[in-house]
Design a protein. Structure first.
Length: 477
């Protein structure tokens, strides 16, 4: 075990307290099956299970639901939930035929992860596809979220986000789309942040076919975090008036980290921002933005196909797949930024694969491509990604007088936790070996200055990072 506390002498003398490890149990619900014919039945059963780690494993390429799937405060650090295909299914489609409600509604829940899913509405659109309200530690990765049916109501979003609290909401390697462009006015829509602990992290996503605004952020909360890297925003149906890719109402004091985003848009339609609100697209040269023409010719030369097949279970393997010689990848200048845990910015949580589980970075010259696809993968990260354990690291209390973080790990490895002050300066680090199914509390006895601190945790196994988490804690005096 190594404990490092640079720059803060009071932490350098602190003793790491490890509370007795507690056993962590797991429960799997295979859908469809006799006890779990649908996802909501599985959700209801896991909501009252005594297990820490819970999984819903979809065992068929496509499953249909007529009702909204509601996740409540039954899920938290003490009852985590993972929804993904079973090991025999590469991708699983959740096909919704429900009216007047989202496909997934996340209400005051936490520690929920979605992986490798196609969440698609196949009936006239009268509600958002996903709604999140007052959530913590939510991750959506390698998913395609969209609709194959016409508009029914205005003002709808692919995903509507309100108060993404401690640990925030991370969306990584996902594609958002609609076959009928007027069906959704907004793509990723951050409706409101409400506390300095709130975070939205967007990595390597493709947001397509929005009617008004592609990525919108409304954030009047000082100290909250908005992070965007390597995202691609595009419309495959050109219309008049042309929509706008990014819209920012992030006030001064919001922590905005942005770089290497790419957009197909005409001048004046890249970003709507009224100073002093902050730029979220990343227009400065150091943030390496790319603006491409908003023409169908440029777009069709960039992607293998922009057409979604609505046949249930169709894998749609080339949907928005980046072409090697297209305008997203014809020179090395189009490459994105490689993101690790705490790098290139202390707030980064890491991107280690793409939508197909190919490793990032990769290629003859190691690099990370913009968007959800790695164009020239050198190796597959499938084993590490599919087997990634649930890692939970979160404050014992928030706000708190002491820095105390509870953790639980689903696999053995090396756990590292870094703590940063509001300026991004690392004020403490802990490394220690953890066993599988281990839980405990890390604490630093002693005093920290009052303020908001960020923490980033990573679990390494077999020489690679297999899980990462992060969040914020407010120290009060």
């Amino acid at each position: 075990m190594i404990t490092r506390f640079p720059r803060l002498p009071i932490l350098a003398t602190a003793l790491l307290t490890l509370f007795a490890a507690l056993p962590a149990f797991a429960m799997d619900a295979v859908v469809p099956s006799i006890p779990f014919p649908d996802i909501q039945t599985a959700v209801a059963a896991l909501s009252v299970s005594p297990d820490v780690t819970n999984r819903i494993l979809i065992d068929v390429p496509s499953i249909t639901t007529a009702n909204p799937i509601v996740l409540s405060n039954a899920f938290s650090a003490g009852r985590q939930l993972l929804i993904r295909p079973n090991t025999t299914v590469v991708r699983a489609q959740i096909l919704s035929q429900g009216l007047n409600a989202p496909i997934f509604s996340l209400q005051s829940c936490g520690s929920v992860t979605f992986q490798d899913l196609d969440i698609v509405r196949s009936i006239t659109n009268t509600a958002d596809l996903i709604q999140t309200l007052n959530t913590t530690f939510i991750t959506i990765e390698r998913c395609r979220i969209g609709s194959s049916e016409p508009p029914g109501n205005t003002g709808l979003s692919y995903i509507s986000i309100v108060y993404p609290g401690d640990g925030g909401l991370t969306i990584r390697n996902c594609i958002f789309f609609s076959t009928y462009k007027p069906a959704f006015d907004f793509g990723i829509n951050v409706v409101a942040m409400g506390d300095a602990s709130n975070e939205v992290l967007l990595y390597n996503n493709c947001v397509a076919d929005y009617n008004l605004l592609g990525v919108q952020v409304n954030d009047a909360t000082v100290g909250s975090l908005v992070l965007l890297r390597n995202n691609v925003v595009v419309n495959n149906t050109i219309s008049l008036p042309e929509p706008t890719a990014f819209a920012s109402a992030a006030v001064p004091g919001v922590i905005v980290v942005t770089s290497n985003n790419l957009v197909f848009a005409s001048a004046g339609h890249v970003q709507a921002v009224v100073p002093p609100n902050q730029d979220i697209f990343g227009t400065a040269a150091t943030e390496e933005p790319i603006e491409l023409p908003a023409t169908l010719a440029d777009q069709t030369a960039s992607f293998a196909t922009m057409t979604w097949s609505p046949v249930p279970g169709d894998p749609n393997p080339d949907f928005y797949r980046t072409l090697a010689g297209g305008e997203l990848h014809d020179t090395s200048a189009k490459w994105g930024v490689t993101v690790g845990v705490g790098t290139p910015d202390p707030h980064d949580t890491g991107v280690f694969d793409d939508i197909e589980h190919n490793a990032r970075p990769s290629g003859a010259t190691l690099h990370t491509d913009r968007g959800p696809f790695q164009v020239d993968p050198a190796a597959s990260a499938w084993v590490a990604s599919i087997a990634a354990p649930r890692l939970s690291v979160r404050p014992e209390r928030n706000p708190s007088r002491l820095l105390m973080l509870s953790y639980s790990s689903g696999a053995a490895g090396e756990l590292r936790v870094d703590v940063f002050d509001a300026s991004g300066r690392r004020v403490g680090s802990i490394e220690r070996a953890v066993g599988g199914a281990e839980a405990g509390v890390l604490s630093w006895p002693g005093a920290l200055r009052a303020g908001v601190y960020a923490y980033r945790a990573s679990l390494r196994g077999g020489g690679v990072v297999i899980a990462a988490r992060g969040g914020k804690i407010t120290i009060v005096r």
